[in-house]
Design a protein around this ligand. Structure first.
Ligand code: PEP
Ligand code: MN
Length: 330
């Protein structure tokens, strides 16, 4: 249930509502909006008796939230959320492009790619220091050394950094260096990691698991938000289907469908969806056309020698072409 406050409700009145909700045995989470604040009740199994709440000062009305993901739902927060990182706005009118290598391999490699993607218009640099690999024998990332490289590259280029935390042992160190913390597809239902992500000070980019429904993705986002971190960016990166001509199948219908039920921004990763660089530009155009708030794209200056995901990494000139092609789409 949502307790909608009057436009002129005071902070003291909002706090009184939260105390009353707690006295009923639930939790009250304030959801400030452009026009008014609402307090979302979470932790109830069945319907909440709102008779006392409605008598308290500052309360306009109560609204039943029908979705199981309360904080993520557009019923709770009708305006689309814009996540502000540095001077970049994710979820606003302009799609935000995050680009870079799959993995941080060396300072020279990361800086070379960062300079190129910046030149062509990316605002955020992607690159994993901790890599979740299908094989234990594959390159696992440079760890903290990789994070230090990203920090130096940020200083040098001014690009913001999105990089992955793969488990509860590295999320706090990633938090120290990253501007946005990525939680990967394999970890979308790692609930202890999601709870930790709810307690960090940085926005979270939460990727959809490759066998996860949209409701499951939204419930995972709810885990993060229920711990207090409201800065969640969703990411569609392809799901596993019977179609085996690409690495995954990009579910573009997820974009309008999520936008209908949730206020959170959603970006698309065409690289992991396709697995092949030649499909990344058309999929990116499709993603922007259906309303994605941004792209997460793999780019490498020497993909033939990349330590991971070279086959799906764009050459810098292709990234330049991608940026040209999407310029007029939104
Ligand atoms: C990545 O972004 O490099 C990655 C490992 O992605 P995903 O979790 O979507 O497979
Ligand atoms: Mn990758």
């Amino acid at each position: 249930m949502l307790v909608v406050m009057k436009n002129d409700a005071t902070e003291a009145e909002i706090q009184a509502i939260i105390r009353e909700i707690e006295a009923l045995g639930y939790q009250g989470i304030p959801m400030p909006g452009a026009q008014r604040t609402a307090v979302c009740i979470v932790g109830n199994e069945g319907p909440v008796d709102d008779s006392r709440l409605l008598t308290l000062d500052g309360v306009k009305e109560t609204i039943r939230v029908t979705k199981p993901y309360k904080l993520v739902s557009r019923e709770t927060h009708p305006e689309s959320t814009i996540i502000v990182v540095g001077d970049v706005k994710i979820g606003g009118s302009k799609p935000v492009i995050m680009a870079g290598p799959c993995a941080v391999e060396s300072e020279e490699q990361t800086l070379t790619i960062a300079r190129l993607v910046k030149k062509y218009g990316a605002l955020i640099l992607r690159g994993g220091a901790f890599k979740p690999r299908t094989s234990p024998y594959s390159f696992q990332g440079l760890g903290e050394e990789g994070l230090k490289i990203l920090e130096r590259v940020r200083e040098e280029t001014g690009l913001l950094i999105v990089t992955e935390a793969t488990d509860h042992t590295n999320i706090n160190i990633v938090e120290k260096y990253a501007d946005i913390i990525q939680i990967g597809a394999r970890n979308m239902q790692n609930y202890s990691l999601l709870r930790r992500a709810g307690n960090v000070s940085k926005p979270i980019l939460l990727k959809r698991g490759f066998a996860a429904t949209i409701d499951e993705l939204l419930m995972s986002a709810e885990y993060i938000m229920s711990e207090g971190n409201t800065q969640v960016i969703l990411c569609e990166r392809g799901i596993r289907t019977f179609s085996d001509n690409t690495r995954n199948t990009l579910d573009l219908s997820a974009i309008p469908s999520i936008k209908e039920v949730s206020h959170l921004p959603i970006v698309v990763d065409p690289s992991h969806a396709a697995g092949l660089r030649e499909y990344v530009i058309p999929l990116s155009k499709g993603a922007i056309a259906v309303g994605a708030d941004g792209l997460l794209v793999e780019v490498h200056h020497d993909p033939l020698h990349a330590l991971s995901d070279g086959r799906q990494s764009l050459y810098p000139e292709q990234f330049q072409e991608l940026m040209e092609e999407i310029k007029h789409l939104k």
